[in-house]
Design a protein around this ligand. Structure first.
Ligand code: V47
Ligand code: SF4
Length: 397
């Protein structure tokens, strides 16, 4: 049964709760759901119902297309001046000996490791330290662009930028403009956590506020840069905090249109100050992806970050509103393995990503950061003998 038939079947179900039927009708009519509808979905929406709605929207927007990219991460430091309670990754300044702090040459060595490899994006994320200031990143962005102009730099978050710009006495707009001119192309979605102060003050009390996070994205959008947004869910927040979070993003997106992708991030509880908080179930992960797809009507893409939720859940998420599963990664990120994710050495070859998507009946598309199609893998078979780990030569039948 196709997505439209499933939805009309649902609408004709006499046993379906009236409130849920009204929301389903809004989805059919392409009407935006309200804050209260969002909260209601979290409380009353069963997985099957949410999947039908989310998949209908996903297929209306993208059909079976499922996106991934070829990327690697640079984590310039895991030392951090902040003290987020959920973070398994950072070593505070006083525990510096357990951490690493790269210099610009060290970061360039990572970039140069990929010379000749068909990666399209470097994703930079990590802790916040005084030495890695405005001029440090300006220098790295310039050198990276001089070395490999076509490599897209998706770098840092408002957490780093707020700290760096304040020290440099620049407004958010001036700081973003300067770094954009130095080579920064776009911004990943990290640091958003949960915006509402009731939760934020408990889990991330000392870093940038929701308003500062949103303003830095707004300034980036004004400069024509595209950015992503995340939500760290499944810890001490209540359902309405998640809806409040998505509402703030949806409002800014109405204003700027600069967001590309919304990425719900599942809280993992290993070796952090919130290890006593249990992780939510896979059912809750899928419900959350689906509600995100239904609520975030002005976001083109919903991403499941496979390195965090495992390959199996990433596959399942494609039936619950998700159309993007991030990239090859090449074992260059430690944020999730340190927090207890199943993937202890996250790396997938292009072939593995393509097979993972095809195995659940979807159509794999390699994209660049801005969702331009790099390779359409629908009818591509891999020439096994020519395949190297990160360079799979596609051969069209
Ligand atoms: O902001 C930290 C999260 C984020 C934990 O934009 C944790 O394409 C779960 O934002 N359990 C950084 N999550 C990663 C990020 C990201 C990842 C992939 C793609 C993109 C993109 C962005 O990681 C942090 C924080 O929310 N995080 N610790 C933890 N214990
Ligand atoms: Fe620092 Fe980011 Fe960890 Fe918070 S989540 S402590 S800002 S590295």
């Amino acid at each position: 049964m196709n997505a439209t038939k499933k939805l009309s079947f649902l609408l004709n179900d006499e046993n379906l709760d009236t409130d849920l039927k009204i929301i389903a009708q809004k989805v059919v009519d392409g009407e935006r759901i309200s804050f209260d509808d969002g909260v209601l979905l979290y409380h009353k929406g069963e997985l099957n119902y949410l999947g039908v709605l989310a998949n209908y929207i996903r297929e209306k927007k993208h059909g079976d297309h499922t996106f991934f990219n070829r990327n690697f991460h640079i984590e310039p430091t895991n030392v951090c001046v902040y003290d987020c309670k959920f973070c398994s990754y950072s070593r505070m300044i006083k525990q510096r000996e357990e951490g690493w702090e790269m210099d610009v040459d060290g970061m360039m060595d990572v970039v140069k490791k990929y010379d000749g490899e068909p990666v399209t994006e470097v994703h930079i994320t990590g802790g916040v330290v005084p030495k890695q200031n405005l001029e440090f990143y300006a220098d790295f962005f310039r050198q990276c662009k001089a070395h490999r102009p076509e490599l897209h730099i998706k770098g840092l978050t408002p957490v780093e930028y707020y700290y760096i710009f304040k020290k440099a006495k620049l407004s958010h707009y001036e700081g973003m403009k300067y770094l954009h001119e130095c080579g920064l192309d776009s911004m990943p979605g990290g640091g958003a956590e949960i915006f509402h102060p009731e939760v934020r003050e408990k889990i991330a009390y000392d870093k940038c506020t929701a308003e500062q996070w949103l303003d830095i994205h707004e300034q980036a959008h004004k400069l024509g840069m595209r950015t992503n947004a995340t939500m760290l869910y499944g810890h001490i927040e209540e359902f309405w905090h998640r809806v409040d979070h998505m509402e703030r993003l949806r409002t800014l997106q109405d204003k700027t249109g600069g967001f590309q992708t919304f990425i719900p991030l599942k809280f993992r509880n290993k070796e952090n100050q919130m290890s006593d908080v249990p992780e939510v179930s896979v059912i809750e992960d899928l419900r959350n992806y689906a509600i995100a797809r239904i609520y975030m009507d002005n976001f083109d893409h919903i991403k499941a970050y496979w390195a965090m939720i495992s390959r199996n859940t990433a596959q399942m998420s494609l039936a619950y509103g998700v159309d993007d599963i991030d990239g090859t990664l090449d074992d260059t990120t430690k944020i999730y393995s340190m927090a207890g994710a199943e993937e202890q050495k996250p790396a997938m070859s292009t072939k593995e990503l393509v097979e993972l998507i095809k195995n659940v009946g979807r159509h794999p598309i390699e994209r660049d950061t801005l969702y331009n199609v790099v390779v359409d893998y629908k009818d591509v078979v891999f020439e096994e003998e020519k395949e190297k780990k990160y360079y799979a030569l596609p051969v069209v039948n």
